[in-house]
Design a protein around this ligand. Structure first.
Ligand code: 5AD
Ligand code: SF4
Length: 482
């Protein structure tokens, strides 16, 4: 006989439904009791996955701080540990399980420790079942639409000492005025839209993050203006598919219009992530030509260079239309850098199909690419497709592709040798603390020598040497008269 569940399982099927219902905009608020719950207590957040998760973790931190919790430096020192999870590929999930497993020991030593699991894995029914059944150390499971419920969830776990699961499988609303504690003081993520309606057949995101919904332009601009006042040098406008910005709001100016407005705020550096080749329009290109605080960098996911695979992926473009768009962007924006995402080993990918992906890489000569082996995600159409390609073949293809990508990355970086570039400084390099690191406008990582340099400075750097995935340089000393 099966045990009766005392919690609701999420449903990917429900989460994949779309209606024409309008998205509601809610305002966040906290009760007086919640504002004091964390007095004398600390929190630690571990983030997996993409920029949307990074930004969500900043919201979680903001909410916890509004509840009087303070940040701990290490998980061992924290009273509340939140793990913000990623479900994009199986190996991302495995890392999360490993990490939660390791927390069991901490929980034994510290009975009052509260462990919460949020993010995309919490939206999946199988993962929630596993977490509930095999990981008793987890006290709270909350979905991507339930971050604003953290105060109520924490309150009830503290009071009732019972596990809480709250995951909504609905399409999602928009919350404004939610507290945020940003993890950096010089560059910031700004959500412009949430969710995705593209339903690429391999991808779990439309299910875990709900319907495509845009924030109101005035809310976005207010956020950017505040960031500018606080001294931020860079904003990255975030969305699973930013080109679709404004469609749900019936905003005729779309993302191109938003880019212009954000550029006009005068914030020094603006980036955006991610563009789908679908509906990348001329208005966007016009804005990019006009404003030099729009950084010369576009991430344009290809996924595959083969028409049959693209069709099975439901990508809505052909290799020819991708190539046309790419050539146009190169022509109109010659100083731009381009990167991409590519999946190898999609079900039944033939040798010829893989070759067409390599041909496209030869054509586009990307500055860099993120490459992946297809990972079947339960609940997505591609996970149900027949696949006769052995894993060893997929691994070989990934290696061949990566070698090609590295070749073109180095070729693109070589063009920077001997040039002077502006680098927004992130701090000391993580790999070598005797040099600083930061990014050029084209999003090239630069490691450089220099003195009297601070996080958030924009420093002129002479590039001495190009590596495949970074540039080495030396800061140019400022003229003491200026
Ligand atoms: N398997 C492998 N890669 C995937 N991506 C998304 N879903 C999967 C999957 N199931 C890749 C795509 C996407 C990037 C963020 O992750 O290339 O652009
Ligand atoms: Fe996933 Fe496709 Fe949406 Fe990107 S556009 S999040 S790959 S479904």
């Amino acid at each position: 006989m099966s045990k009766k569940r005392d919690y609701h399982l999420p449903s990917l099927k429900d989460a994949g439904r779309r209606s024409r219902e309008e998205v509601s905009v809610e305002t966040f608020s906290l009760s007086d009791e919640a504002k004091k719950l964390g007095e004398g207590k600390t929190y630690y957040i571990r983030t997996h996955g993409c920029q949307a998760n990074q930004r969500d973790s900043e919201t979680m931190a903001g909410i916890l701080e509004a509840m009087s919790y303070r940040a701990a430096q290490k998980p061992e020192e924290a009273d509340v540990i939140l793990i913000n999870t990623c479900a994009i590929r199986q190996n991302a999930e495995e890392r999360v399980y490993g990490e939660i497993g390791a927390l069991k020991r901490l929980k034994k030593e510290k009975k009052d420790l509260i462990i919460g699991v949020g993010g995309c894995m919490s939206q999946e029914e199988e993962s929630v079942k596993t977490l509930v059944e095999k990981y008793p150390q987890v006290d709270i499971i909350f979905g991507t639409h339930n971050i604003t419920s953290l105060p109520a969830l924490l309150e009830s776990v503290v009071k009732e000492k019972k596990r809480k699961v709250e995951v909504f499988s609905r399409q999602g609303e928009i919350y404004e005025e939610v507290p945020v504690t940003r993890f950096a003081s010089h560059k910031a993520w700004v959500n412009v839209m949430y969710g995705c309606d593209k339903f690429c057949t391999y991808c779990i995101v439309p299910y875990t993050r709900g319907k495509e919904r845009s924030r109101r332009k005035e809310d976005i601009l207010l956020e950017v203006q505040d960031l500018l006042k606080e001294g931020y040098q860079e904003v990255c406008l975030l969305g699973q598919n930013v080109n679709a910005y404004g469609k749900d709001l019936k905003d005729p100016d779309g993302f191109g219009g938003l880019l212009e407005e954000v550029a006009k705020t005068g914030i020094p550096r603006i980036r955006f992530m991610t563009s789908h080749p679908w509906d990348f329009d001329d208005r966007m290109i016009e804005a990019m030509k006009k404003y030099d605080n729009l950084m010369p960098y576009i991430h344009l996911p290809l996924q595959s260079g083969d028409d049959e695979i693209l069709r099975k992926m439901n990508r809505r473009y052909t290799s020819e239309s991708y190539r046309e768009l790419f050539d146009k962007l190169r022509r109109e924006l010659p100083h731009y850098a381009f990167t991409t995402d590519i999946i190898v080993g999609f079900p039944n990918e033939s040798e010829e199909a893989f070759q067409r992906t390599l041909d496209m890489v030869d054509h586009c000569r990307y500055d860099n690419a993120f490459t992946f082996i297809f990972s079947p995600r339960i609940g997505t159409p591609a996970a149900r497709m027949e696949d006769s390609v052995p894993m060893s073949v997929k691994e070989d293809r990934l290696q061949i592709l990566n070698e090609k990508i590295a070749f073109y990355a180095k070729e693109a970086n070589k063009k920077f040798e001997g040039r002077d570039v502006d680098v927004l400084v992130d701090g000391l390099s993580k790999r070598n603390s005797s040099v600083y690191s930061g990014y050029t406008p084209e999003n090239k990582l630069v490691n450089f020598k220099g003195k009297d340099i601070h996080i958030g400075d924009i420093v002129r750097v002479h590039i001495d040497e190009a590596m495949s995935f970074s540039l080495n340089g030396t800061a140019i000393e400022k003229d003491p008269l200026f």
